[in-house]
Design a protein around this ligand. Structure first.
Ligand code: HEC
Ligand code: HEC
Length: 583
């Protein structure tokens, strides 16, 4: 089919110009901190696949960036621009030299390319590993917040595919190279057909993708919950009317200690680890096949088939139990005055611990559990979009057997439950009752809810996870605790500022502009001010208090951190109140 190649070329050239600046300091070598993991456990986190599929690994390795460029898309210099992390070479676990978190598995279905083709997809570490640079050193933060612009990268990848398909010589060379890397089942012809189909799907989806983007997710953020809903209930069900705008990008949260939390996600909406992970994997392009080739619903149980690798996901999850928050590397980022930190500990206990202290739930039996309180929007005053979108939006899932429109929480609960049970059934050997409970994670029930606020997490290790708040709208701890915050700043620069505790945010050439006036980007709320008003949660902090609390947050450990015992709370703030769900 003829396509406007000239227009595509123009887009590609523009995209290349608009791509983020070079990594200010590409790391030759990453400094590792003691986070409780052995080298083997780090490798499990970095490379264990979870069954998500971006495309065949041989395609990704063979793509070149531009219409005339010889540079590969997977060249570390190109990837550095998007702030992916280059791991130490590991020819056994990472033979393709992909960035950290790009994991490969052999395809089994449902749908997609022939069985056995090596597929690459994001595993947890792609979004949950950070890198901090300081004066020529680069520090890896296991379980920290990624800084990548995955959406810009995927756009670049899509353009590379379209250009490759359109330009005859490029296409031939690409097919030759893929064939050299992998004996494609069915031969070159079958490969060409598979590739053309993939390109066709990109072109068909592009206009919708553009319409759904209300605010750029940019570096370090994704509108994760809306993407999951759109993927499952829109794209996978071929119901474009179900796909809703992405106006609530959130910052990648750290994943140490999270297995202890009674509820996770910023809005404390999900309880069970496996459901959380299956939901995430489905949102990040694990395969499902809800419909047959003619677009008709498929009956149970095959309708719940998936490519999610539940035993591998469980392996990652259990490895996360060992992950400790990163210790402040004083030799690189500077010593912390112990007297100041001690003052900060005292101030933190009185000003912050009511919400951010560790709250150990009494009587949970074997598995320890920490209660993370939800503070209603009306009190915390931060951007409401993420919580509201999840609580208020509804979808037509009649093809999956739902009679009435359902909310995101209900859809996520039911779909992930069925998909995961089906995956357990299909394990070889099949999962026993005990293994099912273990895979679920402490036998926790699959509960999904949509509270009207955000959770206050314990803040050990938070120093390594800028920018702050669920939407990443505040560049540093200093700004978090000051009476005013910057209205715009740059995200994407990796150079760390140990005073303010955040990344440098003044060099536009190394990132993209974060504009707090855009939808979903509000930097209001969680204020310490002497006036009353929306989002004021305490009186103003003096300069000295602020400096002391920041010093404490650099060196806080579980041993010094405020901790108390609580009973298991009933329900989350304002949950179930009339009117909330439709707000
Ligand atoms: C494509 C990026 C991406 C991948 C891959 C990914 N996550 Fe996440 N994860 C996110 C984002 C974004 C959020 C925040 C979503 C929200 O709360 O609205 C999140 C939230 C979480 C949370 C909740 C944290 C909290 O503070 O409540 C946990 C736990 C988690 N992820 C674990 C995992 C695990 C385990 C995997 C792999 C099985 C994984 N994630 C894969 C992006 C990702
Ligand atoms: C009334 C409860 C409450 C108090 C008191 C409170 N916080 Fe928070 N805090 C929250 C909530 C809720 C969030 C999440 C808000 C959001 O993401 O929109 C949060 C988020 C944060 C974050 C950002 C975490 C992240 O994921 O980016 C930091 C840092 C923080 N608080 C520090 C403090 C410090 C320091 C104090 C004491 C000076 C304090 N907070 C007092 C409720 C509280």
């Amino acid at each position: 089919m003829p396509r406007p190649v000239a227009a595509l070329l123009a887009i590609a050239v523009l995209a290349a110009c608009a791509s983020p600046g070079p990594d200010p300091q590409p790391a030759e070598e990453l400094v590792l901190l003691d986070q409780g993991l052995t080298p083997e456990e780090r490798a499990i986190l970095h490379f264990t696949p979870q069954g998500t599929e971006i495309m065949p690994a041989s395609w990704l390795a063979s793509l070149r960036v531009g219409p005339t460029s010889e540079t590969r898309l997977m060249d570390p210099a190109v990837l550095g621009r998007y702030r992916f992390i280059t791991p130490a070479p590991d020819p056994v676990r990472n033979p393709d030299n992909f960035p950290l978190g790009f994991a490969v598995h052999a395809h089994k279905g449902p749908g997609g390319p022939p069985s056995g083709v090596r597929m690459v997809g994001f595993t947890c570490a792609a979004c949950h590993t950070g890198q901090i640079n300081h004066k020529g050193k680069a520090i890896l933060i296991e379980g920290g917040s990624a800084m990548h612009d995955a959406v810009a990268f995927q756009r670049r990848m899509a353009e590379a595919m379209v250009l490759t398909a359109e330009l005859g010589w490029k296409r031939e060379r690409f097919l030759d190279e893929v064939m050299r890397r992998e004996a494609w089942p069915g031969g070159r012809e079958a490969l060409a057909k598979s590739f053309d189909n993939a390109v066709e799907r990109i072109l068909v989806r592009k206009p919708l993708e553009d319409r759904l983007t209300v605010v750029p997710e940019g570096h370090g953020r994704l509108d994760a919950l809306q993407r999951i809903a759109n993927q499952l209930l829109g794209e996978n069900l071929i119901r474009p009317d179900n796909e809703q705008v992405r106006d609530a990008p959130v910052s990648f949260p750290p994943v140490w200690d999270i297995w202890l939390f009674d509820w996770v996600q910023y809005n404390a909406s999900v309880r069970q680890p496996m459901v959380r992970n299956v939901g995430e994997a489905l949102g990040v392009r694990a395969r499902t096949r809800f419909l047959d080739d003619a677009g008709h619903p498929i009956g149970p149980p095959t309708v719940w088939d998936t490519s999610v690798l539940v035993r591998d996901v469980d392996r990652i999850e259990r490895t996360l139990h060992k992950l400790r928050p990163p210790p402040w590397p004083a030799e690189i980022l500077g010593a912390v005055d112990p007297a100041l930190a001690e003052q900060g500990r005292v101030a933190f206990a009185s000003r912050c611990a009511a919400c951010h202290g560790i709250q150990v739930i009494r009587g949970t039996g074997g598995a320890p559990e920490w209660h993370v309180p939800v503070i209603p929007l009306a009190r915390i005053g931060t951007d409401p979009n993420a919580a509201r979108g999840f609580a208020g939006r509804t979808y037509d899932a009649s093809a999956l057997g739902f009679r009435e429109r359902i909310g995101g929480a209900e859809a996520l609960r039911v779909v992930t439950e069925r998909v995961k049970e089906r995956a357990y059934d299909q394990l070889v050997p099949p999962a026993s009752a005990e293994e099912r409970a273990a895979l679920d994670g402490f036998g926790r029930d699959n509960l999904v809810r949509a509270p009207c606020g955000y959770k206050a997490r314990p803040l050990i290790g938070i120093w390594a996870t800028a920018p702050f708040l669920h939407n990443g709208s505040v560049p540093s701890l200093h700004d978090m605790l000051s009476p005013d915050r910057p209205a715009t700043f740059v995200v994407g620069d990796r150079e760390f500022d140990p005073e303010k505790v955040g990344y440098r945010s003044d060099r536009l050439e190394f990132g993209t502009l974060f504009d707090t006036s855009m939808p979903g980007n509000s930097n209001q709320g969680h204020w310490f001010r002497d006036t009353r008003g929306p989002g004021v949660i305490g009186p103003a902090l003096s300069d000295g208090e602020r400096r002391a609390i920041i010093a404490y947050l650099k060196v806080a450990t579980e041993e010094t951190y405020p901790r108390r015992m609580v009973d298991r709370p009933g329900r989350a703030a304002c949950e179930g109140e009339p009117g909330w769900a439709s707000r």
